[in-house]
Every structure is written in structure tokens, then in C-alpha cells.
Ligand binder design. Sequence first.
Ligand code: MN
Length: 313
Amino acid sequence: MKITLEEAVEKLMAAKKLLITAHVNPDGDAIGSTLALAAFLRGRGKEATVMIDDRVPKNLLFLPGSDKIVRPEEGKKADAELLVILDTSPDRIGEVEKAAAGLPVLNLDHHISNDGKADFLYNDNRAAAAEIIFEIVDRFGGEFTPDVATPIYTGLATDTGFFKFSNTRPETLRAAARLLEAGVRPEKVSEALEEKPEALVRGQAAALQTMELSYGGRVAGLYLDRELATSLDTTEGFIDFVRVIEGVDIAVLVKCMDENFCRVSVRSKGLDVSKVAMKFGGGGHIRAAGFSVKKPLAEAKKDVLEALGEVLK
Ligand SMILES: [Mn+2]
């Protein structure tokens, strides 16, 4: 059921113990929005636990509260009254689904592709889930303390490519301005997010070796085999190496995570790639989408390129 932001806040306020989650393979918005909401709710006297079915990426561990993020444990039910899912439809939260089985689900998401399957859904086409949390804190009597402000800023910055992408709107920059007034240090956030271990820079070099252009140079891809993909802490930003190539309309990153399981990210300069993501059961926006293919690398690559060919037509 679709609800308004006011109704979503009522749901949050009616619960005493809340379990907050986001998608697997979490990014700065997934981690930032969940941490900020948890901090805001704790400030309102509530018990809020952030549970993510994945490791927190190393470059997000600077965020206050990231050390308190828990992972679901097999056979263990979460002690909460409400499951809050941010930054995704309920189908991408991994094993948190089992830990929270039976709980009512409140979903706050900024992806237009949201499947609408949550009990209660607030879905608005914002720059980031963190922008929704910003508005909740701003409109419903919260304070932009560091443990709220820094994660929100991080979510905004990562989902907009540091305010470069087309999803950057006046509201996004106004929110960011308010967060700076509250004391967020933008250079500290970017330094933390951009810092890389030597191994990652070497991994980037190896990933670039896999670069292939298709469709007369209109699609550029990186295709990481299991050894390379699983040796990397993160592949955030990899797709941008090939996205900037002259004449490229669509950039794609295919990562083989297991024998029959590949994760795929797609970026375009305007063509609608969300259709491709939906075809494979994933989600995203017109220009940025992600999904997985349960096939080995070579087959996944073939399927993905075929689907992208349709978009180019
Ligand atoms: Mn997001």
C-alpha cells in the first residue's frame, strides 16, 4: 500500500523497537540512509537496529554507527515490531527477510522501479534514500547531529556522484547545504570514500585489462572473473572508467561472484537501461541500473549484451 511521508513517520513513531535494513551489496546510500534513520530514531527514544546481509564496505566504516551494524544469523529472529527497508524493494535484503519474517514492512525508497510489495511504501523519485531521511529529520523535529548529518550527506554524495549526476536537483543541494551548516566536513567524507588500498588500485588495473567494446563502440564493458571479482573489496566507480570513453552510450560491469552467479551494473548517458534491469529481475533508474544473472560469466555476458543491443535499437 502506498502511503505519504506523514503516514510513514507515524508508522516509525508508533513502534518502539525497529529493525532497519537496505539492499545487499550496500553502497553509501544504503549504509548512510539506514544509519541516519537509526540515529534519528534513537534520538526519539527508540531501539533501532541496522541489519544488513553483507559486509559494510571498508570505505564506509568512518560513518558513525557503522560498527553497530549487525548481520542476520541463521535461525535467529530479530526482536523488533517493524521492519524498515530503505533504498530497495523488499526482494533485495537477502537473509534479513528470514530474520524479520512476520514483521510488518515499511519501505522508503527512491527507485521508480520499486515493486510495491511492502505492506507500506513511501516511494518518491529523489536523488537518494538519504534525501527522504533528510526530509523526515527536517520536517519531524529531528536534529542534524553528526551521527545523522554525516550519513545523510554520504548517501546524497554517493548516489549523485558527488552532485554530478542528473539526479542532483535543487532540493538535493539545499539538503547538502543544510548538512554543511550542521557541521558536515565534505572533504572528510570524500577523502574517506575515495581512499583506496594499494591492492584495489592494482585490481582496477586488472579490471581495465578486461575492457571490451561492443556494438561499434557504443557499449563498453568490464567483465571480471570470479577470482578477480571476489578478490576486490569494492568495484564502486569501476564502471566510470569505461563510461567516459568517446562514443560510448552504455557502460556495463559484469562480476562473476560464484560459479553460476554474476552481478551486473549498467550506466547510460540517456538510454533507458532500467528496462534491462527489470528484464533480469533487478531495479534502478533510466541511467543507472543493477541486477544479477544466475549464469557463468561468459553466458551472463552474452545475455546482458543481447539485452543491451535491444536498448540501442
Ligand atoms: Mn540509493
